[in-house]
Write a protein that binds this ligand. Sequence first.
Ligand code: ADP
Ligand code: MG
Length: 474
Amino acid sequence: ALRLAAREWRTTFDAIGDGVAVLNRNATVMRCNKTLTGLLGKGFKDIIGCDAHALMHAGKIQQENEKCSIQAMFETSRREKRIMNIDSRWFSVVVDPLFDERKHLIGAVHIMRDITEQKKIENNLIEETKFIESIVETAQALIVVLSRDFGVIGVNTFCENTLGYKRDEIIGKPWIGHFVPLDYQEELKKILTNCLAGTKIKGHEIPVLTREGAEVFISWHSAELKNAAGENIGIVSMGYDITQRKEIEKVQRLAQLGTLVSHMAHEVNNPLMIISGRAQIALAEKIENKEVERDMQVIINECQRAKDIIQRLLRFSRPSKGEIKLVDINQALDEVISLVEHQFGLANVRLGKNYQAGLPQVLADERQLHEVFMNLLTNAKDAIENEGGIEITTTAENSQVIIRFRDSGAGMSKELISKVFDPFFTTKEKGTGLGLSICYSIIKTHGGELQFESEPGKGTTVTIVLPVEQETVN
Ligand code: ADP
Ligand code: MG
């Protein structure tokens, strides 16, 4: 019966699909099953009685390391799993302590399984992941991965750099609330919601808010993100910085319009000259009918008005032409103010001046500057509904003259600010929408900057920065 039991035990032991080795306290192999002989490619007699470490490892260093950890295992009597590499094959080994009936540690049981194939798949996966990672990291575009509730799951380095935050300051935060300017949050929420519903959205232009509070315009492509099971787990957005493109577009639009306008102006100018010329000739004759005489005068006056408008348009299309001389900005402002003061007073708009004395003179076309100041003052007045004030400040800083017009008017949203320089953009019933386009092109040709800061309901500040020293004005 004993022999039978022993044989039965042996058969069972060998039938185990994993390699099993029983070690004594010195890590000498006392027993092993047949599967282990297969795994190691050795016979029973090459295994039994051998040192377990020597058996498992070809490399000496690895052997030493292994010895240490196996000893540690004996000391702590813990179950331990490890992965080892023998002759370019991979094995997972589970080590369990072995006790006798009196709970004395007498050795260990090693259970080994060949996991080379699994390891290969893992390695391929790692390779693939690394490959994708390197693409994501090299891309000269922002890549943002969002969860279903628009929290940031991942970003690439380009996105970190654009935002000016480190990755761990971005991940986990709500994307819309943290990195998108207030004025665009609703719009983006709608876009992303559509995106989650499966719509691919291309070319939506939404700025990001950087650490410094600047807005960088980005053109985004967004699509839903699916896991291997095909479940929608979030959104991937890829974005390109288009600040420069926007700037170029604006200048191009202005230039195109300028060309168009100057052609048109000349076409219209000729018939106008003829009309007013004929009216003048008629007027030079003695006209009996007083009414006809008055009509002639109206024709001449209106022709003059039309010519003035055309002059304005021409100036806008060719703001570079003009008489360049040294201009005292404070004085130029005063000249314009004296023209509007009375009218503004009637409209309950107070004008405040805060000039820096002895401002350096600026090389400029004075008439064009007058026009800019006039436009900005008129806009400020138009923005004030019942009563309010406009404060005009001048300062000089780092060889620049800075002129500010601060009004207490209705203010403008960011979206409005982004449109005001577009020719013909107006929110006024009788507006031409040309005022700011003209200002913009005049200030640009003077090598300066024109900036808007505004808060709806609180008013607007328009800042003109003009360089003091300018070699050439073209
Ligand atoms: P227009 O004055 O003929 O409308 P502009 O180019 O001068 O054309 O201005 C364009 C638009 O910009 C205005 O219609 C107005 O909506 C807005 N705007 C300009 N200046 C201000 C301001 N100071 N405050 C509020 N809105 C302004
Ligand atoms: Mg205007």
